[in-house]
Design a protein around this ligand. Structure first.
Ligand code: COA
Length: 291
C-alpha cells in the first residue's frame, strides 16, 4: 500500500507485507544483525512495518512499530542500506512509527545502536538505561550464519504454563507480551529453561549469527546465572545475551565464563527517562528488536 510520502520521486513509503520478508532479511543481513525470517514475519503480522523502495522495487530502508499490551510499543528494525544513508529516510520512517503508535496511545520505546541514537535524540527520545550484548563464541567467529539443524532440538524438559511465563516477563518489562512469547515458543528450534523455584526463565531461539537468549527474567543474579549455566550445558554454538548494564554481578559472571561485550545499546523512550517494569529482574532482553 503506497502512500503519498516521497523523499525522492522514485522513493515511495510502503507498508511491508509478508512478501517483503526476504528483502527485509537482506537489509538486516547487510547490517550483520541476528534476525531470521520468523522475526520479520512477526513484525509484519503483529505490528506495522514501513519501508522505502527504490525505482527497481528493492527495499532500501525499514522501520517497525510493535504494540505491546502496555502503555508503550516498540520501534525497531530501523535499517537503511548504506548507499541511501543520510538522506532522512530513517527519520521519516521512525516518524511514521511514532504516529502509528501515538494513534494507539502507546509511547514509543526502542533499543538504539550508537548510529540510531544520533537519529532518535533529534526526535525527542531520551535514555532510560544501557544494555550490553555479551557474546560467547566457542570457536570460529560470529560472522558466519549458523546453519539450521536438520532436525529440531529435542524438546526441552523444562516447562511452565505460558500464562506464568508471560506474567514473569510482564513484571520485568512492564508489558504483557503473550503473542511474542507464544511465537518464540512455537518455533521448532526454540528452547525454554526454567529455574527450579519457578522464579526465572530463559528462552533461547535461533538467530542468523548466534543463538539469542532472551527474555531472561529472574528474581536474582544467582537465578539468572543458574539458567545460563544450564544453557551452556545444552549447546556449543555462539550465543548472544543482551544484558542491562546495571546487572553488574551477572555481567561479571558472564565475563568470567568467556563472554565478551560485542556492542551496546541504549533503551530510549520518547520523552520518558523512567524505565517501565522492573529492569532489575530483566537479565536479558528479547533482543534490541523486541526489547
Ligand atoms: C542509523 C541509520 C538507520 C540512520 O539512517 P539514515 O537514513 O542515514 O538517518 P537520517 O538520514 O534520517 O539521519 C538523521 C540525522 O541523524 C544524524 N545521523 C544519522 N546517522 C548518523 C551518523 N552515522 N553519524 C552522525 N550522525 C548521524 C544526523 O544528524 C542526521 O542528519 P543529517 O544527515 O542532516 O546530518 C543507518 O545509519 C543504519 O541503517 N545503520 C545501521 C543499522 C542501525 O544501526 N540502525 C539503527 C538501529 S537502532
Amino acid at each position: 500500500m503506497a502512500d503519498s510520502d516521497c523523499l525522492h520521486p522514485q522513493h515511495v513509503m510502503v507498508e511491508l507485507k509478508l512478501g517483503h520478508v526476504e528483502q527485509g532479511l537482506n537489509l538486516s543481513a547487510e547490517a550483520c544483525w541476528n534476525q531470521v525470517g520468523d522475526d520479520w514475519r512477526f513484525f509484519i503480522e503483529h505490528g506495522k512495518v514501513f519501508g522505502f523502495l527504490d525505482e527497481d522495487q528493492r527495499l532500501i530502508a525499514s522501520a517497525a512499530a510493535l504494540p505491546h499490551d502496555s502503555r508503550f510499543g516498540f520501534v525497531s528494525m530501523v535499517l537503511v542500506t548504506k548507499r541511501w544513508r543520510r538522506n532522512g529516510l530513517a527519520t521519516r520512517l521512525v516518524n511514521r512509527c511514532i504516529e502509528w503508535l501515538d494513534r494507539h496511545e502507546l509511547m514509543p520505546v526502542l533499543d538504539a545502536t550508537a548510529d540510531g541514537a544520533r537519529v532518535y535524540v533529534r526526535q525527542g527520545f531520551v535514555s532510560q538505561f544501557a544494555l550490553d550484548r555479551w557474546q560467547l563464541v566457542p570457536s570460529g567467529g560470529p560472522d558466519a550464519p549458523v546453519p539450521a539443524p536438520d532436525v529440531p532440538w529435542p524438546a526441552s524438559e523444562d516447562s511452565l504454563p505460558i500464562a506464568e511465563l508471560v506474567a514473569l516477563d510482564a513484571r520485568a518489562t512492564g508489558a504483557a507480551r503473550p503473542r511474542l512469547i507464544g511465537d518464540f515458543l512455537a518455533r521448532s528450534t526454540t528452547r525454554l529453561f526454567v529455574s527450579p523455584g519457578r522464579n526465572g526463565f530463559a528462552i533461547m531461539r535461533r538467530g542468523r549469527n548466534a543463538l539469542q537468549v532472551g527474555p531472561l527474567v529472574a528474581s536474582s543474579s544467582d537465578v539468572a546465572i543458574s539458567l545460563v549455566q544450564k544453557i551452556l550445558c545444552s549447546t556449543d554454538e555462539p550465543i548472544f545475551v543482551d544484558v542491562p548494564a546495571m546487572a553488574v554481578p551477572f555481567g561479571q559472571w558472564l565475563k568470567s565464563r568467556g563472554f565478551t561485550v560485542q556492542r551496546s545499546f541504549e533503551r530510549m523512550a520518547l520523552g520518558r527517562s523512567l524505565p517501565f517494569g522492573r529492569p532489575a529482574e530483566l537479565f536479558s532482553s528479547a533482543g534490541p528488536e523486541f526489547g
